[in-house]
Design a protein around this ligand. Structure first.
Ligand code: G3P
Length: 217
């Protein structure tokens, strides 16, 4: 499973890209609004850092606007993926941009029916938001199970990109279900590294080693 960072923060992205386990980045207007500077410059720098798919989202809601912004985002770098919302015009934009060879990530997906439309429109990625479904008392991972099952029945090329991951359990469940990608905020990726028994075990190994060196000295 590929692991993407869900962030527009260059410092956080660089720190995680340095670990060598990051495959791409997703951004959205809320994330980029928090960062100083021009969004096109930020996206360009992210592309250069990760050298993998980087999603930048359109803010237009009509077809013509999405096509214009989508082409503009795609022109930033060859790694750019254009994110469009799962609306009727978003699906039309996905079909048109995909047929021009631009990779599209259809975002704000909350049902299997919507995910089916994204695949039919030629999306490179579909982004079901698991955390936001959990927030309203639904089980986000049930949607991932359904979408993965549906996509396996047909030769769709669309990858299931599990978005709105809020904790390591979301990531592990996404991997168990065979989703193509999980995108996580830096804090959740940090959590993936940690286990108390790793820290306790390492501390004991080092103490025992030090004790033995003192005895030998
Ligand atoms: O990029 C989309 C997504 O991952 C948003 O996550 O936590 O704002 O629901 P969240």
């Amino acid at each position: 499973m590929k692991l993407f960072i869900d962030s527009g923060n260059l410092k956080d992205i660089q720190a995680l890209a340095d670990t060598g386990i990051i495959d791409g980045v997703t951004t959205n207007p809320s994330l980029l609004a928090k960062e100083p500077g021009d969004h096109r410059d930020i996206l360009k720098k992210i592309c250069e850092m990760v050298k993998g798919p980087v999603s930048g989202e359109v803010t237009a809601t009509d077809l013509a606007g999405m096509l214009q912004q989508g082409r503009d985002l795609a022109a930033i770098d060859a790694h750019m993926v254009v994110k469009v919302p799962l609306t009727r015009d978003g699906i039309r934009a996905c079909k048109a941009l995909s047929s021009e060879g631009i990779r599209v990530n259809v975002t704000l997906c909350f049902s299997a029916a919507q995910a089916l439309l994204a695949a039919k429109a030629g999306a490179a990625f579909v982004s079901p938001f698991v955390g936001r479904l959990d927030d309203i008392g639904s089980t986000g991972m049930d949607l991932i199970r359904e979408v993965v099952e549906i996509y396996r029945n047909y030769p769709f090329k669309t990858e299931v990109l599990v978005a709105s991951c809020r904790n390591p359990i979301h990531v592990v469940e996404a991997a168990r279900l065979g989703a193509g990608v999980a995108t996580c905020p830096p804090s959740v990726i940090d959590q993936l590294f940690n286990h108390p028994l790793t820290s306790i075990g390492l501390e004991k190994f080092l103490k025992d080693w030090e004790k033995a060196q003192n005895v030998k000295a």
